[in-house]
Design a binder for this molecule. Structure first.
Ligand code: SF4
Length: 229
């Protein structure tokens, strides 16, 4: 599997996998051909050198490497969270993650409106919506997240998403993430806008939080080849 780099914060090691099947307008992931090829065994062995409480599998899109990912999760004896755009989550892979004892899934729902999702990511959201329903019938803990982007994916869309999720189960955890301008599609939302979106989603869902409440800053990032033998 291809890894761009790893980041360390106080409690967490985040592995940034290289490549993605989406083309989001506000993507922050590097797509510059700089990655290290690594086996799940190499990755698990090298991560043991970091004394962290948690490993986050992020990207890019980690599920591009489904088979290797399941092997890595089985080998990893640290709490492990998968962060995914959800497009490649099917029932077989979800069963595999249950069997591998994955601790948690964070799945993005970028937009509920089909046209908006296609405009933002280049793909339909039908498989993501189906994946959320599948996760809800699985043994896996999961939360859904949306990036709040002013005048693009904002209160109207947040309300649609909250209604969709509450139609499945109003106890689904939902996180609203504050957009960080890495491009020119919008501005940084104010704290009031984020809190307002949380309140709107909270009319339909029991557990809504935002990225304002949980902030984790990387202490250090490194290319994986620097820790390989
Ligand atoms: S899903 Fe994430 S990594 Fe993939 S294009 Fe969108 S923002 Fe970038």
């Amino acid at each position: 599997m291809k890894v761009s780099y790893i980041s360390l914060s106080e409690h967490r090691c985040t592995i940034q996998f290289y490549g993605c099947n989406f083309r989001c307008k506000a993507c922050f992931a590097p797509n510059n051909g700089a990655y290290t090829e690594v086996t799940p065994e190499q990755l698990a062995a090298r991560l043991k050198q970091f004394d962290v409480a948690e490993v986050m599998l992020a990207g890019g899109e980690p599920t591009l490497y489904k088979k290797e990912l399941l092997t890595f999760i089985k080998l990893c004896d640290t709490r492990t969270i998968l962060s995914t755009n959800g497009f490649l989550l099917d029932s077989e892979f979800i069963r595999g993650m249950e069997y591998a004892n994955l601790d948690e899934v964070h799945i993005d729902l970028k937009a509920y409106s089909h046209e908006l999702h296609v405009r933002y990511t280049g793909h339909t959201n039908q498989r993501v919506l189906a994946a959320i329903k599948l996760l809800n019938t699985s043994e896996l803990r999961f939360e859904v997240a949306t990036v709040f982007i002013p005048d693009f994916i904002d209160n109207n869309e947040i309300e649609r998403i909250a209604k969709f999720l509450s139609g499945i189960d109003d106890t689904i955890k939902y996180r609203i993430i504050r957009y960080v301008p890495v491009d020119r599609i919008s501005r940084r939302p104010t704290e009031e806008e984020i809190n307002g979106a949380v309140a709107i989603a909270g009319k339909n869902l029991c557990h809504v939080i935002s990225s304002l409440e949980v902030r984790s800053h990387p202490l250090k990032s490194m290319r994986l080849y620097t820790i390989l033998p």
